[in-house]
Design a protein around this ligand. Structure first.
Ligand SMILES: [Zn+2]
Length: 241
């Protein structure tokens, strides 16, 4: 009898709790409260991988390893903000440039962010720079574009610039890296993007001081935070700047 009463009290409390919380748990969000991009998948593209190490730093560090790490940090931050995120490679795999675009398409990418590190013959060269597709009919920043025809990515000329502005600003402000600006080049992943796309160059592995910073976990965290802030600003979830 005693056991029956205790069970009855528990059931009673459970029903009461369900009735109290149901309106909160089931209440639908206000229509139109979230920006459209919030529904989209952000595709992060760590450059190179597998048989392609990318740039090699003065100490021997490989671009492919650094950028996989940065992309993973961005991914974790975006996921913490409930943003659907995919990586074109999640380990040390060889992935062709075509496959990177194909995967992004198949995942319904809403934004595409390719993450790289730089290298130059001039050991003094340093700083962060970002690339987007040249607008339709325009040459690349270097002036050496061999094809000025319209690419898939030109459907997003305005949004490409906006995405680059936010991610580049986040990267530079958060790290204090020299600002080498937003440049334009017809890189394959930018040409074939079917959503706004940017390629960020986090710094120069050929510069001794910058390579040392890129090898520091705390610095890569700053880079990731800056890139994430830019993406979130683009999506419309934050007005931090
Ligand atoms: Zn690269």
């Amino acid at each position: 009898m005693l056991a029956y009463c205790a069970l009855s009290r528990m059931l009673h409390r459970a029903v009461l709790a369900a009735l109290l919380w149901a309106p909160v748990l089931l209440w639908p969000p206000a229509p139109g409260a979230q920006p459209l991009l919030n529904e989209a998948t952000v595709v992060l593209d760590p450059g190179h991988g597998g048989t392609d190490p990318g740039a090699i730093g003065i100490s021997g560090v490989k671009e492919k390893d650094l950028e996989l790490d940065v992309a993973g940090r961005v991914r974790r931050r975006l996921q913490a903000s409930n943003i659907r995120t995919r990586l074109t490679r999640s380990g040390d795999q060889t992935v062709s440039l075509r496959d990177r675009s194909t995967r992004a398409r198949s995942w319904g990418a809403g934004l595409f962010v390719s993450i790289h590190a730089n290298s130059a013959a001039n050991a003094a060269a340093r700083g962060a720079e970002s690339y987007i597709l040249p607008a339709h009919g325009f040459a690349s920043t270097s002036g050496s574009a061999s094809r000025w025809s319209t690419c898939d990515g030109n459907a997003f000329d305005a949004a490409n610039m906006l995405l680059a502005f936010h991610t580049h600003k986040g990267m530079v402000l958060n790290t204090g890296a020299d600002d080498r600006g937003i440049r334009r080049a017809r890189f394959q992943v930018l040409r074939e993007a079917n959503c706004p796309a940017v390629l960020v160059e986090c710094g120069f592995l050929s510069n001794r001081a910058e390579e040392r910073r890129l090898r520091e976990s705390a610095y890569r965290e700053k880079l990731a935070e800056g890139i994430t802030q830019g993406i979130l600003t683009m999506i419309g979830q934050t007005t931090r700047y």
